[in-house]
Unconditional design. Structure first.
Ligand code: GDP
Ligand code: IMO
Ligand code: MG
Length: 429
């Protein structure tokens, strides 16, 4: 029962979509276990280029069953549109399923996400405004609507009536905006329920059956570890756990059944939205990385903040996820640079620290301590073995491996599946 969790090891957008699409060719099941349509996973393969938000990136594999599990939050219209789009491009979506336990993003979640960001003013988180925070808050507050609820129309009406009364009170009395109509929300979501019904399953049973058959399962992470509400740069985080532990609770997987945790790192760092990022480059080098790497968000189109590889972060995210190996993506983006830097420690109040601080006030004061690495100024593209990479690129990867503290199994040097070096084989041929 091999289970491989694919986990974002920085602030998201590390290239999880590409890696999952590639590995999914060889597995029987892919499970998306957290987040919602705040995620944007880019996949480039024989069907073309896709920016997936909710559908697992394993959908292109002819033999993988794909499950959107209980830990994800689903905006039904976004999912239905995404399914249509993929179908229209010739992809078989008959192996896609949705857990009846997944929470649903409701219209008031979107409204609250926007209104709460306005209230935060200069301290806005820079959310994707997709209703993610409010939907997860409601889940924990036991005020959520789950996919399964949409299939029981009477029960749904009863539940929605009570919840919407409360939400409308806040909308009208606190935020001074119009109330939502019970009839409209109910009718809209009943229609979604009907359209989603054929996909709805008990996710726990599905996963269990795959494990009993000894099938290979991929757990597809969304976001990145530094966006985790416990371990990330709180409050500048998302609202679900993108970590290996989150894969267990987000899918109903017993922790002892996870056999491999693959940490996905970009060869440098990026971040979208607010919050501290110690190695951020607000200069020509940062701009050069952004332009060469087309570092603009898949979901919101926002420019990503770019910076050097932060090994303080990497050591920390390795420790709290227990990576068994790492994938380094986007190595090619660094091809032109004459020299590179890796942050190995922070300077805080005159002291050198190597642990990632919990407080954002401390992080904002941290100065990066860098190690210089010579660039390779030649193309990494087309290398199919580690030994084919330019010598300085090999040196860079070796140094990252040492600093992260786990072996590098995969090196990615382009968007396409074949632009990948398998330094260590993690799936059988
Ligand atoms: P995800 O959210 O982790 O799936 O990552 P995104 O898809 O949001 O962002 C990663 C971007 O990098 C996408 O545009 C990918 O197509 C692209 N990408 C992935 N791996 C590589 C790589 O090795 N080189 C280059 N140049 N682009 C890559
Ligand atoms: P993938 O899966 C990068 C960021 C947002 C914002 C913060 C909170 O593509 O790696 P939210 O809408 O979740 O409440 O926003 O989290 N964020 C991401 N950044 N990649 C993502 O997903 C992200 N999902 C959320 O930009 O800073
Ligand atoms: Mg993304």
């Amino acid at each position: 029962m091999p289970v491989i969790a694919v986990i974002g090891a920085q602030w998201g957008d590390e290239g999880k979509g590409k890696i999952v699409d590639m590995l999914a060719e060889k597995v029987q099941m892919v499970v998306r276990f957290s987040g919602g349509d705040n995620a944007g996973h880019t996949v480039v393969n024989q069907y073309g280029e896709f920016g997936l938000h909710l559908v697992p990136s394993g959908i292109f594999s002819p033999r993988a069953t794909c499950l959107i599990a209980n830990g994800a939050v689903i905006k039904p219209d976004v999912l239905l549109k995404e399914i249509d789009l993929i179908k229209n491009r010739g992809v078989d979506t008959s192996r896609l399923f949705i857990s009846d336990r997944a929470n649903v993003i409701m219209p008031y979640h979107i409204l609250f996400d926007g209104l709460e960001e306005e209230v935060r003013g200069g301290k806005a988180i820079g959310t994707t405004r997709k209703g993610i925070g409010p939907a997860y808050s409601d889940k924990v507050a036991r005020m959520g609507i789950r996919v399964g609820d949409l299939l029981d129309k009477d029960g749904f009406l009863d539940r929605l009536r009570g919840i919407l009364k409360y939400k409308n009170d806040i909308l009208t009395k606190i935020f001074n905006v119009n109330a939502l109509s019970l009839y409209e929300v109910y009718s809209e979501y009943c229609a979604y329920g009907e359209q989603l019904a054929p996909y709805v399953r008990d996710g726990v049973t599905m996963l269990e059956a795959a494990l009993d058959r000894n099938e290979w399962v991929l757990m597809e992470g969304a976001q990145g570890t530094l966006l985790d509400p416990d371990f990330g740069t709180y409050p500048f985080t998302t609202s679900s756990s993108p970590m290996a532990g989150g894969a267990c609770t987000g899918a109903g997987l017993g922790p002892t059944r996870m056999t491999h945790v693959l940490g996905i790192f970009k060869a440098y760092c990026t971040r979208v939205g607010g919050g501290p990022m110690v190695t951020e480059l607000k200069d020509e080098t940062g701009n050069a990385i952004r332009e060469r790497g087309h570092e603009y968000g898949t979901t919101t189109g926002r420019a990503r903040r770019c910076g050097w590889f932060d090994a303080v972060v990497a050591r920390y995210t390795n420790r709290i996820n227990g990576f068994t190996s790492a994938a380094i993506t986007r190595l090619d983006v660094l091809d032109d640079l004459p020299s590179l830097k890796i942050c190995t420690a922070y300077k805080l109040n005159g002291k050198t620290i190597t642990e990632f601080p919990a407080s954002i006030a401390a992080l904002e004061k941290c100065q990066p301590i860098y190690e210089d690495i010579p660039g390779w100024q030649s193309s990494t593209n087309g290398a199919s073995r580690f030994e084919d990479l330019p010598e300085n690129a090999q040196r860079y990867i070796n140094r990252l491996e040492q600093l992260i503290g786990c072996p590098v199994s995969i090196i990615s040097d382009g968007m396409r599946r074949e632009q990948t070096i398998h330094k260590i084989q993690i799936l059988p041929d």
